[in-house]
Design a binder for this molecule. Structure first.
Ligand code: GLA
Length: 374
């Protein structure tokens, strides 16, 4: 059992005075490439990180306990704009889909940095979904659970995210990235054995977060819908480079990013299958430029880290997730990662930026359910 799973089980015992029936956990994610493509029906290529959220749960009674916030909240009773809305939202979405979820109690413990762009919210949703599926014997497959987690996030919590984070948290495999076709919702693992390549992921958390609830994310989505409308297609996934001639202004820039980024994801998959990490890295830098210049979601901090990574000889680096702050990643030999982190911290201080945080990870396992040990 992982440390987070053990902590969730202990918190359950201490709070509810009995053994949990089910223990499940789910990871945060970074996106290797394929940004702002999911809600355009395009391709994404995320991988799970080693940071996880674990839940211990049992049927009956009432109560959600967070070991990290040291706080107990009711399972039922509607939303209250707290962390508890994520598990409640998942139970609600399962119910909406016709699954019978009875009363339950649950305790949570995690180490996914909160609000830092590593999808802690998808991790708590995915862990809850698997736990409820196990507790009530629902037999829902992981793809369907991911779709219901997204529904919870969109309609219960009220954040307009795409499908990437929930898919990544539920379906990723260790040593792999997950190629998701966000139109058909087909997904397949692609080898990402960074360890064998002498590389690791260094995650730079700029600790500047504007959040998806902010208008900027929704504005980007609306502009993409408008571009698709002008082109007379359902989603930008269906657009080609030739269509760009029929667009101008913001629609042109946003669509150019989406179309080129979808192409880069497919190329990245080819690079990975050929174990060509230099090739993958070049695509990551190109993705960052496109997000900076055409999609306009980068920040000075994210640009600075990517530039420092390049100077340090990292094969690839880019912002990951929505942008507007949050995290950037670099592919870098593990022995060079600490140096890059130190150089970045110094450079950020000199430029008056918030002090960043760093995490190292290898592509980790997706969500898992464990039977409780009695
Ligand atoms: C956030 C959303 C995802 C996706 C990314 C951008 O992480 O939750 O669904 O849209 O932004 O690629």
């Amino acid at each position: 059992m992982r440390e987070t799973e053990r902590r969730a089980a202990e918190a359950y015992r201490a709070t509810f005075g009995e053994e949990p029936e089910v223990i499940a956990s789910a990871p945060g994610r970074v996106n290797i490439i394929g940004e702002h493509t999911d809600y355009n029906g395009g391709f994404v290529l995320p991988c799970a990180v080693e940071h996880r959220v674990a839940v211990a749960a049992g049927r009956g009674g009432d109560g959600l306990y967070s070991a990290d916030f040291e706080e107990r909240r009711p399972t039922g009773g509607g939303e209250d704009s707290s962390w508890a809305d994520y598990p409640r939202g998942v139970a609600w979405a399962l119910g909406e889909a016709g699954y019978e979820v009875g009363g339950f109690r649950a305790a949570f413990a995690g180490n996914v940095p909160l609000g830092g762009g590593l999808s802690s919210s998808a991790a708590i949703e995915a862990a809850t979904a698997l736990a409820l599926d196990g507790l009530f014997g629902l037999g829902v497959d992981k793809k369907q659970l991911a779709v219901l987690c997204m529904k919870a996030e969109n309609e219960f919590v009220g954040v307009q995210s795409g499908i990437m984070d929930q898919y990544a948290s539920l379906l990723c495999e260790a040593g792999s990235a997950l190629l998701v076709d966000c139109r058909s919702l087909e997904a397949e693992s692609v080898p990402l054995d960074l360890e064998a390549a002498g590389l690791a992921l260094l995650i730079c958390d700029t600790r500047v977060e504007r959040g998806l609830a902010d208008t900027a994310y929704n504005d980007r989505r609306k502009t993409c819908e408008e571009a698709a409308r002008i082109l007379g297609i359902k989603e930008l996934r269906n657009a080609s480079e030739a269509d760009l001639q029929r667009l101008s202004g913001e629609e042109l820039k946003r669509a150019r990013h989406v179309i080129s980024e979808n192409g880069r994801v497919m190329e990245a998959v080819r690079s990975l299958r050929a174990r060509d990490y230099e090739g993958l890295g070049r695509l990551m830098y190109a993705s960052h430029r496109s997000l900076r210049d055409d999609y306009e979601v980068s920040t000075e901090e994210l640009d600075a880290f990517v530039e420092l990574a390049r100077e340090a000889g990292a094969p690839g680096a880019r912002l990951t997730g929505a942008g507007f702050g949050g995290c950037a990643i670099a592919l870098i030999p593990p022995e060079a990662a600490d140096d890059l982190a130190r150089t970045t911290t110094r450079a950020f201080a000199e430029r008056g930026f918030t002090e960043p945080a760093f995490y190292k990870s290898l592509p980790a396992a997706g969500a898992e359910v464990l039977k409780a040990q009695t």
